[in-house]
Design a protein. Structure first.
Length: 357
């Protein structure tokens, strides 16, 4: 297998399409209405940079893996899991858009309203998006099962890693919700809690487990797979920090989400923690006025973003991203990896932390 990112993306896309086709086939007895939730599911499953899938492929190649079909199914499983997480996250966060388009629950809500069906359009959209996310999660497990079947003796290891990842992310999502509803005055003492959320909710499925599963599929030893865990956590936390920076300062036309949405949602991030802990009294007052207030004006949010930047939070985040990425790359370089695979992994780790969307 050559380090051809375009080929890997194409293989992932084709496998996702085939997996969702199988899901549609399984749902046939439910009739035509299934299309109402499959349409947005397919739409959001087709988007994204496929960084998680590419990490699976690259780790597999770096460990001299030869299971092309299995790794494509595993990469598709990780991406379908990501789709499920996005669909559910948008419901939990009350987001209106995703990748520059209406979020799935808003699309389903609009369909209900346009058809003039009975009941609440908003409640219907929420329920429909949750079920679309559930179907995506089930499709992810379908793809993972195919990968495990092809992995022979390593199949149970891959399946167990995937299940652990899914469970940890779900628990991390709840921890994130819980952190966001704590009294604002406790924000200064929430650093460890915030890092725990980053590690469990995002780092686990954005880098840690993709690296581990790709290696396991290539018959890497249990010790080698365990060593990848630490590098993956560092890389995944750096990924989340970049995401938090983009959530504040990224251009909406590039990120696909309105700037400052994390602030309106009340998301507790290291950036907000830093501004609260190291900023002035005026900074804390600005945060108090907008954090968790969904109706906060654009100007108020912009003022809060400026205050966060002035506190040194963005500079501190960039330093931490560099530190974590360097440590992850050192850990990967210390492993006995195929040279071409290592070079691809290095380019991907850079892409993860330097991205602009």
């Amino acid at each position: 297998m050559t380090a051809d990112l375009t080929t890997w993306r194409s293989a992932t896309d084709a496998t996702i399409t085939a997996t969702l086709d199988a899901t549609v086939q399984a749902c046939q007895p439910a009739g035509a209405p299934v299309a109402d939730i499959m349409t947005p599911l397919r739409e959001f499953a087709a988007g994204g940079k496929r960084l998680r899938a590419l990490l699976v492929f690259a780790s597999h190649e770096a460990h001299r893996g030869q299971r092309a079909d299995a790794v494509a199914h595993l990469a598709a499983a990780v991406e379908l899991f990501q789709t499920a997480a996005l669909l559910h996250d948008d419901v939990l966060d009350g987001s209106d858009t995703r990748r520059g388009r209406p979020a799935a629950h808003r699309q389903i809500e609009a369909a209900h309203r346009g058809a003039q069906w009975e009941g609440s359009s908003q409640a219907y959209g929420t329920a429909g998006a949750i079920l679309a996310g559930d179907l995506s999660l089930m499709a992810a497990h379908r793809a993972c099962a195919r990968a495990a079947e092809s992995a022979h003796a390593k199949g149970p290891v891959v399946a167990s890693l995937f299940a652990t990842m899914a469970e940890l992310v779900t628990a991390g999502q709840y921890a994130d919700m819980r952190a966001a509803v704590q009294p604002l005055e406790s924000l200064g003492s929430q650093r460890d809690e915030i890092v725990t959320v980053m590690r469990s909710k995002t780092a686990s499925y954005s880098a840690q487990y993709p690296l581990m599963m790709g290696a396991a599929l290539a018959d890497a030893s249990d010790a080698r797979v365990a060593r990848l865990s630490e590098a993956g956590v560092d890389l995944g936390v750096a990924f989340q920090l970049r995401d938090d920076v983009l959530g504040l300062t990224g251009a909406p036309e590039v990120t696909g989400k309105p700037a400052g949405d994390d602030i309106r949602e009340g998301k507790r991030t290291l950036l907000v923690w830093h501004a609260w802990s190291h900023g002035s009294h005026a900074t804390r007052e600005l945060l108090r006025d907008v954090l968790g207030h969904r109706d906060a004006s654009a100007s108020a949010v912009a003022e809060a973003v400026d205050a966060i930047a002035a506190s040194g939070a963005l500079d501190a985040a960039e330093e931490e991203i560099d530190r974590l990425a360097t440590r992850a790359n050192v850990a990967l370089a210390d492993a006995d990896l195929d040279q071409a695979g290592w070079e691809t992994l290095r380019s991907l780790t850079d892409a993860v932390v330097r991205r602009v969307a």
